[in-house]
Design a protein around this ligand. Structure first.
Ligand code: CP3
Length: 339
């Protein structure tokens, strides 16, 4: 008994597997676009509990996924620390870049509790309404968040990656601050009602192995150990995107209960690298969901065949893209449920 997602994350080979989709709330849904227009800007949407809760629940009403993921963004942590943040239409996130000690000094952890209060209120509201679905809280992992904070926008993060080599002390100080505040932020989400938490390291795969160990594996191990000490029964899902051959080292060091596989990861090979009790999550190409039809059905069948008999959570290999036809998501849910 118990919620299907939580059973899989506890190591049970639940079948058909529980299912949710990264970025399941978002611009591909007309009801999201309507609410987004009402809120005005993205940060207001994230910090107005009634709206954030409503957007979180929209995909569950349509499709009945096994999990809701809190509607927020990984960049709400820098925002809560005092870094400016805006989402320009069609351009993605924009922040005033932090590239020296003076920039770092503008970040103020004392602002955190007040700033995240409305986000935690959204968690409470969603938890009261999720029913049989599980509520997933989340944060960006320190490296990916640092990339945006240093660069000031998305892209290849050349400035951020060069800074990690050029000024390890400054880069390390930012990483330490993010690691510490991410623990506080995720622990607060758990206290407010999150039943699992996910750590998104979307740009982990940009690092060479030595820096991957220092800036991806070590902080994730620190965060998972701290959360485990406070809330031993709440599972953590790690997503070190494009970790490649270092997936096994990440799994061993962090002991995450769930490991998110990116689109490029071969599920069978990944399963050889991790303990048999660790749930894998993933990893249909989001573009297969855009295409739909027989090609998507084949992609889903391949993943299900590889993961049958082990703890597994069906998901995409990265977030849903805005041009996804909503009816293809309904087809995906039907196909996975028929496994
Ligand atoms: O449904 C969900 O998955 C929950 C909400 C969620 C959002 N962002 C909402 C969002 C989650 C879990 C995230 C995580 C996130 N945000 C990541 C990690 C996962 C990944 O996709 O790699 C990253 C790197 C970000 C940073 C970010 N936020 C970017 C690069 C962008 C712009 C690109 C885009 O897709 O628009 C955002 C904006 C954003 N975050 C939107 C949503 C729904 C679109 C904002 C809008 O409505 O205009």
């Amino acid at each position: 008994m118990g919620k299907r997602l939580l059973r899989a994350l506890a190591g049970e080979a639940v079948w058909p597997p529980p299912l949710w989709l990264m970025r399941q709330a978002g611009r591909y849904l007309p009801e999201y676009r309507a609410l987004r227009a009402e809120a005005g800007d993205f940060v207001s949407l994230c910090t107005t509990p009634a709206l954030a809760a409503e957007v979180t629940l929209q995909p569950l009403r349509r499709y009945g996924m096994d999990a809701a993921i809190l509607f927020s963004d990984i960049l709400m942590l820098p925002w809560a620390l005092g870094q400016g943040l805006r989402f320009a239409e069609g351009e993605g996130p924009m922040l005033p870049p932090i590239r020296d000690a003076a920039g770092l000094a503008t970040l103020d952890p004392a602002r955190l509790p007040g700033a995240i209060a409305p986000i935690l209120e959204a968690v409470r509201r969603v938890r009261a309404e999720v029913g049989d679905a599980a509520l997933i809280g989340f944060a960006g992992a320190p490296f990916t968040v640092a990339c945006y904070m240093i660069e000031g926008h998305g892209g290849d993060f050349a400035e951020a990656r060069a800074l990690a080599w050029r000024d390890p002390a400054l880069f390390g100080a930012l990483m330490a601050l993010l690691t510490e505040t991410t623990i506080i932020y995720l622990a607060a989400q758990i206290e407010a009602g999150a039943e699992a938490v996910m750590l998104f390291d979307s740009w982990a795969g940009l690092l060479p192995p030595a820096l991957f160990r220092r800036h991806v594996i070590a902080p994730a191990a620190q965060i998972t150990a701290a959360l485990r000490a406070r809330s031993p029964t709440v599972p953590v899902i790690g997503f070190p995107r494009l970790a490649g051959l270092l997936l096994g080292a990440y799994a061993a060091a962090t002991k995450v209960q769930g490991l998110g596989l990116d689109t490029a990861a071969d599920p069978t090979e990944a399963a050889r690298l991790v303990p048999a009790t660790m749930a894998l999550q993933g990893n249909l190409d989001p573009l297969a969901l855009v295409a739909g039809g027989a090609a998507m059905a084949d992609g889903i069948a391949d993943i299900l065949a590889a993961m049958r008999g082990r703890p597994f959570v069906f998901n995409l290999g990265h977030g849903i893209v805005p041009l996804t036809p909503p009816e293809h998501v309904a087809d995906l849910v039907r196909l996975v449920r028929a496994a």
